[in-house]
Design a protein around this ligand. Structure first.
Ligand code: AMP
Length: 446
């Protein structure tokens, strides 16, 4: 879970990357960084917190000079939260300077790292991304491009990357295509970003997706595309559609918003409820709840009001604050809920804690019945490709039946979208459903 942006050939490139990161803030709120270059020097600024907190000090953005820049929003899925792990990672090696920003998780980084360390390599961070820099720097090939291809052929897993040198920008998607990466243009500049919502803010035009297994190079010779890797079966992450991507993004040629709404519609067909109103868990449950209400002919309303100023940083520090839990974020609108039979729609259940608290909250606000409808199948297996899910043990659906989950949540009924229902929307092929099926396209190597 991370957001990446890269831009080539634009004056004040860092400014556009900053705006892109701002639009991609939902993909990571823990830390962010930008590296830019004027063709000679690399300029770096990184920090912990939200994009505007890190870059809003006077002079910070203007110190990031040049016409090429890349940026990264971090949501740690690998490595700890230390500043050394904040990306873009940059380094100097025999061919000059390099900076890299990575979205995804590698599944064989540990083994490669152990080998490199035994051969004398020194690692600055414990992020899996640093392995890529080492492999490029240690390659015996001569050209940068050959070294890049050699390095990327050795790694497995999810990697959408933007990589910059003094005079060029590379964009890469792994051969399985787990994470998104789109390409756009802004005047004479080429721009890459995790999602199209970044282009909308900047005023860039979406051109196309970087394809699975593709390397796109932008330099003074123009824009060139290469497909040097062995072809793999495509496995785009379906959870991007369910929860992670922004609803206004065009993801793999389909709008996230429409897909989420459709998930709610199919859920209503599969598991209808005799009720008075449909409410979402804001914000992630909104499109699915609209779809559910439309399909079932029930009134849609906002029964839970969200405080938008609660960040992870606020929730995390003290146990005493954490105990306030979901109440920090959500509060019921009592007049909407009182005396009603309520359907509450959420996008997913992970540990189950949110659902339990929400059901209690709705009932305490006077609801007569509370029916929980989840617009995705039960999450039964952790993700090794870049979505931050807990261990299998902590996933409530991995060890509990739906009836047990109903009891735990204290709802009157619970139903999930079926995997077949999800596939009827997405198609059988081309997606990774591992979190719902346990069928992993590539095994994680310890
Ligand atoms: P839980 O209490 O763990 O069941 O949390 C489920 C809620 O977290 C759902 O309402 C989702 O919107 C949201 N969610 C789903 N997946 C993730 C994730 N990987 N990281 C953070 N939040 C998530």
């Amino acid at each position: 879970m991370c957001g990446i942006v890269g831009i080539f050939n634009k004056s004040e490139a860092a400014n556009y990357v900053y705006l892109g990161l701002h639009a991609l803030q939902h993909r990571g709120q823990e830390a962010a960084g930008i590296v830019s270059t004027d063709g000679d020097t690399f300029y770096v600024h990184k920090g912990k917190g939200l994009v505007n907190e890190i870059f809003n000090k006077k002079g910070v953005i203007s110190s990031l000079k040049g016409r090429i820049a890349i940026g990264h929003n971090r949501y740690s899925t690998f490595g700890d939260e230390s500043i050394a792990n904040v990306q873009p990672l940059n380094a100097h090696f025999d061919l000059g300077d390099i900076a890299i920003a990575h979205n995804g998780n590698l599944v064989n980084a540990n083994g490669i790292k152990r080998r490199l360390v035994s051969e004398g390599a020194i690692f600055n961070s414990n992020s899996d991304t640093e392995v890529i820099i080492h492999l490029i720097a240690r390659s015996s090939k001569t050209s940068f491009f050959e070294r890049l291809v050699e390095a990327l052929s050795m790694i497995k897993g999810a990697f959408s990357l933007v990589i910059m040198r003094e005079d060029e920008l590379y964009a890469v998607r792994d051969p399985w295509g787990f994470r998104p990466l789109v390409m756009g243009k802004l005047d004479d500049a080429v721009i890459f970003a995790s999602e199209t919502c970044a282009f909308d803010l900047i005023g860039a035009e979406y051109i196309r997706d970087v394809e699975p297994g593709e390397i796109v190079v932008a330099n003074r010779d123009g824009i060139h595309s290469y497909r040097p890797f062995e072809k793999q079966k495509e496995h785009k992450c379906v959870f991007e559609y369910i929860y992670f991507a922004r609803p206004d993004s065009l993801l793999w040629n389909r709008y996230v918003y429409s897909i989420r709404k459709k998930m709610g519609e199919v859920l209503a067909i599969e598991s209808p409820v005799d009720a008075d109103i449909v409410i979402p868990t804001p914000d992630s449950g909104v499109p699915a709840a609209l779809g559910f209400a439309k399909q079932s002919g029930l009134e849609f309303d906002f029964g839970l009001i969200r405080n938008h100023y609660v960040g992870r940083t606020f929730i995390e520090p003290a146990q005493s604050i954490r105990n306030f839990g979901v109440r920090l974020k959500l509060n019921p609108a009592k007049d909407v809920l009182d005396g009603k039979r309520v359907v509450v729609v959420d996008d997913s259940i992970v540990r189950g804690t949110t659902s339990r608290r929400i059901v209690k909250m709705i009932r305490n606000a006077g609801a007569k019945e509370v029916h929980l409808r989840i617009a995705s199948p039960p999450v039964i297996s952790p993700c090794f490709y870049g979505i931050d899910t807990p261990t299998k043990k902590e996933l409530i659906a991995s060890s509990h039946t739906i009836e047990e989950i109903r009891k735990y949540s204290t709802a009157d009924s619970v139903a999930y979208l079926s995997l077949e229902g999800l596939k009827s929307i997405m198609g059988e092929e081309g997606f990774c459903f591992a979190c719902f099926s346990g069928d992993y396209p590539i095994e994680f190597e310890r």
